[in-house]
Structures are given as structure tokens and as C-alpha cells.
Design a protein around this ligand. Structure first.
Ligand code: ZN
Length: 236
């Protein structure tokens, strides 16, 4: 794994213990170009950074040392974690994002990501249930890495969780199931659930687990996936 070094000044000056590193957070850059993304992530005034940036042709850049807290997640929650920067390694994938023309991730990019995640998982003993997207931990504010991110493929490589069955049933469900659905999401780790903006959370859940149809509805398939994952989440 070849890694190019850059030094972003955007990190907490106090280093952390390696024990506190328990999560991987995946993002897209959401900017016009790779150069622009890299410049922003190392600019002293941008206030943002990440540990790793992966280009469209699979090149990996290291911008902040793993023992330092990089600034990528912002306000965020997952399970009992709050403000996940301090517990995570942040990885940005170059992609124009939904605002500038959302692209498929390239296979070179994803192969590099798989190698990087495998090595991080081994090094810090990171659980699959804690390999997350920005949209999982900040579901009201963020939608990256989005519905083109290959979570299913990653899980086939032993990274992250994904339901193994496909249900393909978009039938509407009675409201009573909504309560169970959001309980399932809470058990998985989703927070910010007590809000009028719950539909955003449903959409983000679908961007990750039911990428063929992001309708924001708790339909039969969406509900079943939440059931599957909750049982699965307990053992992984
Ligand atoms: Zn992000």
C-alpha cells in the first residue's frame, strides 16, 4: 500500500491513545476536483481535514497522523459515541457529490479503500458495526458517501455490515411498524431520531442498505432490512 504524505494543520494538538480509535468514518469530498479537495483539506483556514484521502485513480494520501484527531465528522452521534472525530479514522473519497454531479466510485478507489480499511481494522481491532458513513452518524445534516457507495461489496470483503438477503417489496406498512423500525435503528446506533425530520434518516438508511429505491418511506423491504440488521448487529 503506497501512501503519499501531506501535512494538514487541522487537528487537535493533543494526541489520543490508540485505544480510543474504534471507528472508521467514510465520506466523499463533494468538490469539483481532486486538487481542490486536497487544497481545502490542508488549508489552515478551512477547519476541515481527514486522515486519508483516496483519489479517483486509487492513490492514497495521508493528511493527519492516526494518533491525532482530524476534523471530518462534525456534530455526530452513534450508539454511545458523541462527536466521533475523537474516536475515528476519517477517510475521504474524491467524488463531486450530489451537488456537483454525483459519480460512481471507481474500482481503483474502492480497492485502495478495502486495503486501507483492512489494515486499520487489524491495527485497532475495529468492529464491522463501527465502519460507518458520515450519513450514519450525522443523518440530519449529511448524505455522504451516498447511494452509489458499494457497502455490499465492502461487506463481501469483510468490512462493515450489510443485509445478505434482497426482499424487493415496496408495499406500504401500517404506522405501527414505524415505531419498531425506529427502535431497530436506535439499537443499531442511529441517533437524532426524535425529530420531525425523520424522513431524512429513513433516506440515509436506504442510501446505505436499499440503494435501488431512496423513497424515504418505511416500506416492507426497508422494515425487513432493519429487522435483519438488528439481529445481525448483536453478533458482529
Ligand atoms: Zn462527510
Amino acid at each position: 500500500m503506497e501512501i503519499s504524505k501531506y501535512n494538514s494543520p487541522n487537528y487537535n494538538k493533543k494526541a489520543r491513545s490508540s485505544k480510543s480509535i474504534t471507528c472508521i468514518i467514510i465520506h466523499y469530498t463533494g468538490m469539483q476536483s481532486e486538487r481542490e479537495s486536497l487544497q481545502r483539506l490542508i488549508h489552515p483556514k478551512s477547519g476541515v481535514s481527514c486522515h486519508y484521502l483516496i483519489s479517483r485513480n486509487g492513490k492514497i494520501f495521508n493528511l493527519v497522523k492516526e494518533k491525532n484527531i482530524a476534523w471530518h465528522a462534525g456534530k455526530s452521534k452513534w450508539q454511545n459515541y458523541k462527536d466521533l472525530n475523537k474516536n475515528s479514522i476519517g477517510i475521504e473519497l474524491v467524488n463531486k457529490g450530489h451537488r456537483f454531479g454525483y459519480q460512481s466510485f471507481t474500482s481503483k478507489q474502492i480497492n485502495a479503500l478495502v486495503i486501507l480499511c483492512k489494515s486499520l481494522k487489524r491495527k485497532y481491532k475495529i468492529k464491522n458495526s463501527l465502519v460507518l458513513g458520515h450519513s450514519d452518524i450525522s443523518p440530519l445534516r449529511k448524505i455522504d458517501p451516498g447511494e452509489k457507495f458499494p457497502w455490499r461489496y465492502l461487506s463481501s470483503k469483510g468490512i462493515g455490515i450489510y443485509p445478505k438477503t434482497r426482499f424487493k417489496n415496496y408495499k406500504k406498512l401500517k404506522n405501527t411498524f414505524q415505531g419498531i423500525f425506529f427502535k431497530n435503528l436506535h439499537n443499531l446506533g442511529y441517533r437524532y431520531l426524535n425529530t420531525a425530520l425523520r424522513k431524512r434518516i429513513v433516506k440515509n438508511f436506504q442510501r446505505r442498505y436499499r440503494q435501488s429505491n431512496i423513497n424515504g418511506e418505511v416500506d416492507k423491504e426497508t422494515f425487513k432490512i432493519s429487522e435483519f440488521l438488528t439481529k445481525k448487529a448483536k453478533i458482529s
